[in-house]
Write a protein that binds this ligand. Sequence first.
Ligand SMILES: *Cc1c(COP(=O)(O)O)cnc(C)c1O
Length: 729
Amino acid sequence: MTNTPLTPAELNELVAGLNRMAHNLWWTWDQEAQEVFQELSPRSWQNLYHNAVAVLHEVSDYELRVRLQDHDFAQRVRGVLKSFEDYLNDKETWAHKHAPALHKNPVAYFSAEFGFHETLPIAAGGLGILAGDHAKSASDLGIGFAGISLFYREGYFQQAINQDNWQTEYYTLLNPKNLPIEPVLNAKGEPLVCSVEITMNEVFFQAWRVNVGRNPVYLLDTNRPENPQHFRDLTLRVYGGDSTTRIMQEVLLGVGGVRLLRALGVQPSTFHMNEGHAAFLTLELAREKMEKGKSFSEAMEATKKECIFTTHTPVEAGHDRFNQELMDYAMHKFFSHLKVPFTELMGLGRVNPNNSSEPFCMTVLALKASRAANGVSELHGEVSRHMWQSLYGVPTEKVPIGHITNGIHLLGWMKGPVRRFWRRRLALGKQGATAGDTSLLMRDYPNPTWDKEINSPEFWQRVGDPNFISDEEIWALRYKLRRELIEFARRRLLLQGQRNTSVDFIAFDQLLNPDALTIGFARRFATYKRAPLIFQQFENIVRLTRDRSRPIQFIFAGKAHPRDDDGKRYIQHIIHLSKYSDMQGHLVFIENYDVHVARQMVSGCDIWLNNPRRPLEASGTSGMKAGCHGCLNLSILDGWWREGYDGTNGFAIGTDAHADSVEEQDRIDSTNLFKALTEDVIPTFFDRDAKGLPKRWIQMVRRAMVTLVPQFTTRRMVKEYTEKYYVTK
Ligand SMILES: *Cc1c(COP(=O)(O)O)cnc(C)c1O
């Protein structure tokens, strides 16, 4: 049988469809969509870091049309495009039933950073990743949502380690044409330009739209010819420069974000501040109301009804504070429109408004100007109520700060083949299908309920049932993922070594052992996260790695803030150990931690190590990404793990208690860490039965999946935000 060639009209439709799909981040959490782009140019897909837009630029229009004459390929493209359109047009979403009012008046979600995917590096860490996952789940749930952030054309820094094992930073210029973003245009088809007052100046900005499934996230960009160079560079880098740059970026984010939404005709019902950076939006909302005749106090009162605020950290440096001179300098022109005494405005950011020596704190403004506020785990809610008690003058338990525990966007974080794996094993397909009946599931499409299903407790409940999946298969998955990580690490280390000739003595293909218990640690190198804690017991750890019958090994990654020399010293110390100590070959550091490295590590490691100084890890999310890949957590009982851990689904370091001093805490925690490792983790992993299977370990993996995976998702989290805070009764 021959297939009739596609007509020019059919080809046009497919080409247009592919372009539309490439400009919607939906493809970043759809395996089949990614495979279509990958197949178009496997090498570009890899070299351009999995960027669908850039791949489409790489392939000429002529080639694309020729390739689509491959009947099977065209069929797949059609299938994916149909699934994409079905997703966009679904009229039976969760929000349709539970939050229909948000379609007309959406939630406006302001965040200084968004971490969506490795192609768009505009996040510094967990805060941004969470914002990205929030946006994706808001789309999946069908919630009316518009995000606001900045377009950092040099993004967050890239990390390179120099000859002295010292972190250096470099920046690469992002080209909007090669990114999954689109310019926001006015009716004439030109960039829509708005402005904000910064210092004594009017600063102009345009915006880029990121299509996140059904919803937009707008990135504000001051790189306009109307502006002098220093304002054009305001949005150059994530949290770029000093506190002057910082406050100006925050004026743009808060005030500019509101103005952009107004220019687009968007009338949000709720303004959600993801961290205090965006809190100036409350002053713009008040200004609008004063323009219509309200007094300042009436305007602030009305503004408060529109806003909610999520605080993300008890770490002091995580709360922006600006002194009076800087406030006056940066906000002079904007404040002049408010016609309110400067000291009164300063008071909005002070715990004690009359204390003229207190700097202006963005968190304080956000708390004062919100109808509701929350922390990001149960313990963090409690810690935040203590922290801000003096602001309210009520007993701690009455402080109006609640909590919603963070989550992750499950489909976005699952490695592609793993999604397919679980689907084949666990999806029922349709009523009446039995376990192991995979005939229904040969293809991933069409199935509009897949997202709902994979987020449901019932789906993951089946991992606990050996009729659905055997120990052998779970163990096979673990081996495959560990090998993939080790091969990824070898490739990366080879590239790192080529840049740095001092390590060319390492034979890269023998680095790391595919049979070893592999322990991963990757996150920002903020000192409270204590990356090198485990090496406080150095001789003991070396001894463990040398045990040939029960080998263990470590993979580290993470960036220190460019001005955090203590964090950089931690990196230096770990890399030094990896190259020159008895740990060599059993410890590696992968440079340039980002979303892609994170996905490789949380999937391939057996143990995800988390040892922050309690209670400073407000939630933590990387450990949540481990669960669906069968990687187990070994963690201090801080943040989310204090809620997730139940004694059967992973490992705890220490107890639910605090030490008296930091030194004491570090000593106790490192002792407990070593104890958990030697008495629990290692014996369980290497306890093999007659068939060679670590039965108890696999049972723990099952328990982790059943209890953690469906619980710590942004699908659950965004539903909670919606029911508790977005939908006002
Ligand atoms: C998940 C993630 C984080 C946040 O991890 P924590 O455990 O909360 O520190 C930071 N950076 C990247 C790239 C991530 O993927």
